[in-house]
Design a protein around this ligand. Structure first.
Ligand code: HEM
Length: 190
């Protein structure tokens, strides 16, 4: 049996992405606790175990430092898949959608779902980056704030990256294991 192999660039992207998104996630929840998006200062707080930074300013420092690693990593990965033309076969395509409609092969169906789910991380991350940019520099990117109608709407959409990432992480790791077992999962890391 041939072992699955991944390009070293894909492994580096994957590692840096996991670590930087984890920091964005936990420091974002710290910022959230200073003035919860839902319910204001009386609103429901995130337990400290899930937060990073200790207090509002600490959370902001982490968020804005990891923001550079997170966004530059996404940027060079975008360039990499564009230049190497991997984008043409790496993400979900019509063949997967056709398989979902017609195939009775359970392996093929799982694989199609796996591709749909891992493709979904790209728009999720871009949405977090786009809305985050609007909140980071609201004077320069006022059109981003205006696009969402209000500051509160922009906060809600930015916050939606939290539940989306949780659902993604569960579905992606489960489907990855179903599609290629431990070997495929490990090949993405080592
Ligand atoms: C996976 C990526 C990200 C996650 C999970 C995330 C999560 C969060 C959360 C939960 C909050 C608190 C929301 C609130 O209380 O209004 C927040 C705030 C914020 N985030 Fe993010 N974020 C991410 C990426 C980014 C990026 C890439 C940027 C910048 C380009 C950014 C900029 C901001 C800003 C400016 C705030 C508000 C800070 C403040 O009010 O002091 N975020 N983020």
């Amino acid at each position: 049996m041939t072992l699955p192999t991944q390009a070293i660039a894909a492994k580096i992207f994957h590692w840096v992405n996991i670590v930087s998104v984890f920091i964005m996630f936990t420091s974002g929840l710290q910022i959230y606790n200073a003035n919860p998006v839902f319910g204001g200062r009386e609103g429901w707080q995130i337990p400290p175990i899930f937060t990073l930074g200790g207090w509002l300013a600490g959370g902001r420092h982490w968020h804005f430092a990891a923001m550079w690693i997170f966004s530059l990593n996404l940027f060079w990965y975008g360039l990499y898949i564009f230049i190497t033309r991997r984008w043409r076969h790496r993400f979900v395509g019509t063949k997967d959608l056709k398989a979902l409609q017609k195939s009775h092969n359970s392996k093929r169906l799982i694989y199609a779902w796996h591709r749909i789910v891992y493709t979904s991380i790209i728009p999720i991350l871009l949405l977090a980056l786009f809305t985050g940019l609007g909140m980071y520099k609201p004077a320069q990117f006022h059109w981003i704030v205006e696009m969402f109608g209000s500051w509160q709407a922009l906060r809600i959409v930015h916050f939606s990256s939290v539940p989306l990432l949780i659902v993604f992480a569960i579905a992606h790791s489960w489907l990855g294991k179903q599609a290629g077992g431990e070997k495929l999962t490990e090949s993405m890391f080592w």
